[in-house]
Ligand binder design. Structure first.
Ligand SMILES: NC(=O)c1ccc[n+]([C@@H]2O[C@H](COP(=O)([O-])OP(=O)(O)OC[C@H]3O[C@@H](n4cnc5c(N)ncnc54)[C@H](OP(=O)(O)O)[C@@H]3O)[C@@H](O)[C@H]2O)c1
Length: 320
């Protein structure tokens, strides 16, 4: 089968198409025919060698995909050949025609959700769900500020928060992105490139500030977030690309909590809860992954360049 392989850590050019042997399912395992694979910023950090997760070389990148069950191993009970699934991690990597998974990594994909959309479920939605509910404990009636709402995690967070009865304010850096954020259900959208856009958040909340902030670029925004946080508010650091200075007094006077998270730390029971909720949301159509761009699998290197550029618009997916 065709797969994208990485033989050395480095820039996007280390992603190369190769023929590799087809995986066979062992006991408790499933082989999925990948119809679309999701591209996430974290795939680029892992590929560069700078991430805490350093796979043994060579490896096939990718954590997310959707497709059909091709074959099941002994003892697999929940899944059968032909079933539509989305994949939450795999044993062999998802930038490939086939992916070898544990049964627990495969979740049903409703008929009305396309494979390209299914490839955008795992990392973005699981992260948004964990940030909102497992970390911040967001409750109906609260206000959430999704600081960076036009990308994969942001659009997911807007849909999840809206369906859960929160008041949602999101941001994007382009007009298209801002439209997209409103279409996903945000009550208000702000432009994080405009001067004093955070003053507008304060106005929108009657001076109280946001109860929950999901932060996609903490190295730029964390101190500013603390200035627009309500008393008892929680900031979840979802993304950060460097260091930042904060004034701890801002947290002190608000009884605020700054919560870090990485999806890689979620325990098996937490993941089971997350995917039960995501499956229900897909079935109920409150969750509708946004596919901004589809690229053929051999263009994985281009996808890695694109996913780090400003002007996010939902997900980039690779089609084998
Ligand atoms: N902790 C975890 O477990 C975890 C899991 C998944 C992702 N992440 C991280 O979370 C971040 C977002 O992931 P993603 O998949 O959603 O990426 P993405 O699709 O590339 O989206 C990035 C988002 O950040 C926004 N942004 C850019 N500049 C900003 C600024 N100055 N202030 C606020 N937002 C800004 C972008 O808006 P515009 O492009 O419209 O300007 C866009 O909405 C990445 O850093 C990723 O590595 C962490």
């Amino acid at each position: 089968m065709k797969a994208i392989r990485v033989h050395e850590f480095g820039g996007p050019e280390v992603l190369r198409g190769e023929d590799v042997p087809e995986p066979r399912p062992g006991a408790g395992q499933v082989v999925v025919r990948v119809r679309a694979a999701g591209v996430n910023p974290v795939d680029t950090y892992i590929r560069s060698g700078a991430h805490a997760v350093r796979p043994a070389l060579p490896y096939t990148p990718g954590l997310d995909a959707a497709g059909e069950v091709e074959a099941v191993g002994e003892g697999v009970e929940r899944l059968s050949a032909g079933q539509r699934v989305y994949v939450a991690g795999s044993l062999s990597g998802t930038y490939a025609e086939l992916a070898l998974c544990e049964e627990s990594q495969c979740h049903p994909l409703p008929e009305h959700v396309s494979f390209a959309q299914g490839a955008g479920v795992n990392t973005p939605y699981a992260t948004a769900y964990r940030a909102l509910f497992q970390k911040a404990g967001a409750r109906a009636g609260e206000t959430v500020f999704v600081h960076g709402a036009s990308g994969g995690v942001g659009t997911a967070a807007v849909q999840l928060a809206r369906a859960a009865g929160l008041r949602v304010v999101g941001t994007a850096g382009t007009e298209e992105g801002q439209r997209l954020v409103l279409e996903q259900g945000a009550h208000h959208v702000l432009d994080h490139r405009a001067p004093d856009y955070l003053g507008r958040l304060t106005e929108l909340t009657g001076g109280r500030g946001a109860d929950v902030i999901l932060e996609m670029l903490a190295n730029v925004n964390l101190n500013k977030d603390l200035e627009v946080l309500a008393k008892g508010g929680r900031v979840v650091v979802v993304g950060s690309r460097g260091a930042v200075e904060i004034n701890p007094r801002l947290a002190m006077t608000r009884d605020a909590a700054i919560l870090g998270m990485t999806l890689f730390n979620a325990t098996p029971p937490e993941l089971a809860g997350i995917h039960a909720a995501l499956t229900a949301g897909l079935e109920a159509r409150t969750l509708r992954p946004v596919v901004g761009r589809e690229l053929p699998l051999p263009e994985a290197a281009r996808a890695h360049e694109e996913v780090l550029k400003p002007g996010a618009y939902g997900k980039i997916v690779l089609i084998p």
